[in-house]
Design a protein around this ligand. Structure first.
Ligand code: NAD
Ligand code: G6P
Ligand code: MN
Length: 443
């Protein structure tokens, strides 16, 4: 059996140790000969890498390990690039969340003005990774989950149309896991779903068990009362903080708006933006929670491993929930034809929608990459929302490519989260100032 070589780009990510443990736990399904870390910030990556080197030595001593900030070293001789970078780090996420709140607007990592600002930073970073991959390992595939995935995906479609990059999000995976638990199934893998939308902006239309029995009525029954909250919480390392619990419970109010479908949790920022603003603490946002929580925990545990020289007794957990990344890599490597939700060019999958939009739909994945499954015509409500949102995302990418202040102002004005063009302009000027080290200079 061929053994694969992987580079994790964004080696210093808080998710890296969980993913390494997950990869080590799946070696029977996806054998690995080499794991490399790549980051552009050595001091951050070093802390994670020194601990992961010990984890790998103790669990799979045959795997070669290397952490580097040199693109040539990182991207040479790899089969897969697993990318999760955050251009601007949490310091900029904090501003993405806090600046809009000053104007009474949703402050969120991937939605509204924060997502637009983050998109303007991410595009260049992700394109650079693609270019390194194509230069040093032209046959490799990039599995990208760097956010904001919707804008990044549109940028890769427009600016690197022939590149082997697949954009994927873990939110549907997490929600489906909850749906399965809510009706007494063991795993989302016991369900087959139909779904359409944009990233962080979509709806389930059909959910069946493997025999084809309709599970929607039971799931809807649960969601109408509890949203995606569960009586017994699922074992999952990522979506566990109180703010996530609020989000899962809020899905009940999202569902009420269209009881024909089941909603992605991120729709709360578009259906109920004022409420999101009222519930936010403008001095302590999700970025602060993550810095005080996940970041401290992960870096603290890594420091302990390095100090003791062993991972014995570590509190770092396998990110089992991230095994969809292995499913995706296997689908390409072994032509498994796994059915997965991916962010792909529409090309008729959503029949009455822009062919060039990057949509999130079920795909069959094989050696040639994803083949989207047609989801048919969508109703006016969803179509209206998606037209507006996809125009925002496309305007951001055009603004980045053309360095256009005007288009970025239009993108902010069009976002459903922003009340009017005046607020959009004030916000834009504040975001330009805050992002001057990261955005192209706008004309
Ligand atoms: P983090 O800040 O802990 O890690 C990101 C790392 O990327 C940092 O070490 C940073 O130095 C590095 N980096 C930044 N710019 C880079 C560049 N140009 N080249 C190389 N490395 C660079 O962030 P995190 O919270 O662990 O999240 C990482 C990313 O994963 C974010 O984009 C986050 O939004 C994304 N994410 C996506 C999903 C999804 O559903 N798609 C799920 C979870 C996390
Ligand atoms: C979900 C989304 C990701 C997002 C993450 C934020 O998993 O799908 O796209 O990055 O939530 O989680 P955090 O814990 O960093 O707020
Ligand atoms: Mn996501």
């Amino acid at each position: 059996m061929k053994k694969f070589s992987i580079v994790i780009a964004g080696g210093g990510s808080t998710f890296t140790p969980g993913i390494v443990l997950m990869l080590l736990n799946n070696l029977d399904r996806f054998p690995i000969r080499q794991i490399k870390f790549y980051d552009n910030l050595d001091s951050r990556q070093r802390q994670i890498a020194d601990a992961c080197e010990i984890l790998i030595k103790e669990n799979a001593p045959d795997i070669k390990f290397l952490a580097t900030t040199d693109p040539k070293e990182a991207f040479t001789d790899v089969d897969f690039v697993m990318a999760h970078i955050r251009v601007g780090l949490y310091a900029m996420r904090e501003l993405d969340e806090k600046i809009p709140l000053k104007y009474g607007v949703v402050g969120q990592e991937t939605c509204g003005p924060g997502g637009i600002a983050y998109g303007m930073r991410s595009i260049g970073g992700v394109l650079e990774l693609i270019d390194y991959m194509e230069k040093y390992s032209p046959d490799a595939w990039m599995l990208n989950y760097s956010n904001p995935a919707a804008i990044v995906a549109e940028a890769t479609r427009k600016l690197r149309p022939n590149s082997k990059i697949i954009n994927i999000c873990d939110m549907p995976v997490g929600i489906e896991e909850r749906m399965a638990k809510s009706i007494g199934l063991n795993s989302r893998k016991e369900m087959v779903v139909r779904y359409y939308g944009l990233n962080h902006f979509g709806w389930w239309t059909d959910i069946r068990d493997l025999e084809g029995n309709d599970l929607m009525p039971q799931i809807k029954q649960h969601v109408s009362q509890y949203g995606y909250s569960l009586k017994e919480e699922v074992e999952e390392s990522q979506h566990t903080d109180a703010s996530w619990m609020d989000t899962f419970s809020k899905a009940k109010d999202l569902y009420a708006v269209d009881p024909d479908t089941l909603p992605n949790t991120y729709l709360k920022y578009y259906y109920y933006p004022q409420e999101a603003v009222e519930h936010a603490n403008p001095d302590y946002t999700r970025a602060n929670e993550v810095m005080d929580g996940r970041e401290k925990h992960v870096f603290g545990e890594c420091a302990k491993i390095v100090e003791k020289g062993t991972s014995e007794g570590t509190a770092l957990e396998i990110d089992e929930h991230a095994s969809y990344i292995v499913d995706l890599a296997r689908a390409i490597a072994y032509n498994t034809h796994e059915r997965m939700l991916l962010i792909v060019e529409n090309n008729g999958a959503v029949v009455n929608f822009d062919d060039t939009a990057m949509v999130e739909v079920p795909c069959i994945v094989g050696v040639n990459g994803p083949e989207p499954l047609v989801q048919g015509q969508i109703p006016r409500f969803q179509k209206g929302l998606m037209e507006q949102q996809v125009a925002v995302e496309k305007l951001v990418v055009e603004a980045w490519a053309e360095k256009s202040y005007q288009k970025l102002w239009q993108a902010l004005t069009l976002s459903k989260t922003v009340p009017n063009a005046g607020v959009a302009k004030e916000l834009l000027d504040a975001l330009v100032e805050a992002n001057k080290d990261f955005w192209p200079e706008l004309k």
